[in-house]
Design a binder for this molecule. Structure first.
Ligand SMILES: [Zn+2]
Length: 194
């Protein structure tokens, strides 16, 4: 499921989401608990600020703001290392061979991720495809995969039966790829490193 960022929910609560309003409402009606928590916290702050309720005291207000910043459950982030990048070894592709796209291999002590970026920079047809494998035969199907920027989740999907996934790279500046192993643990692949 695609989620929305704090900036979008902030606009929504202030009635400034414009054309996105219906889509955001549907997301809440679909029962997304993490986004609903953000909206509830933002509404508390908004109603305090507009004076509809007795002003909340300064410490309580600071607590509420802190609550928004930390609305996600604490998650253990396990960063994967880039172990091979075809852009650093273009000669291995062979002269005149079909360009299969940029291939990137990541690993940590438990998992290997083979990823591929197809479509050139500047085109809007790029995709990031990948396959996650466990070194210990742990199941890697049906895991949520997210492409995240500084502000928002750009796109998300789930791994297939063999740990494979594919996400469009049409939106700007993804910062990292997150693969949720459990609610409390995720694999992180930092993108955009040259
Ligand atoms: Zn959501």
């Amino acid at each position: 499921m695609r989620h929305y960022g704090l900036g979008q929910w902030s606009d929504y609560v202030r009635g400034e989401a414009g054309d996105d309003e219906a889509e955001l409402s549907r997301h809440l009606e679909a029962g997304c608990e993490s986004c609903q928590r953000v909206v509830t916290s933002l509404r508390e702050v908004a109603s305090g600020a507009s004076g509809e309720r007795p002003p909340i005291s300064a410490p309580a207000s600071a607590e509420t703001i802190k609550g928004i910043a930390l609305y996600k459950e604490p998650v253990e982030r396990q960063v994967m290392d880039l172990v091979w990048d075809s852009a650093r070894a273009p000669w291995l592709l062979g002269e005149g061979s079909h360009d299969p796209g940029r291939q990137l291999h990541y690993a940590n002590s438990e998992f290997v991720l083979n990823a591929r970026v197809e479509g050139g920079a500047g085109t809007n047809a790029s995709t990031l495809s990948g396959r996650l494998q466990s070194l210990f035969q742990v199941g890697v199907h049906d895991l949520e995969v997210r492409l995240v920027s500084e502000r928002a989740v750009l796109d998300s999907g789930a791994t297939g039966t063999l740990g494979e996934f594919e996400l469009p790279l049409s939106e700007a500046d993804p910062v990292e790829l997150q693969i949720a192993l459990t609610d409390a643990r995720e694999l992180i692949v930092t993108l955009g490193e040259e």
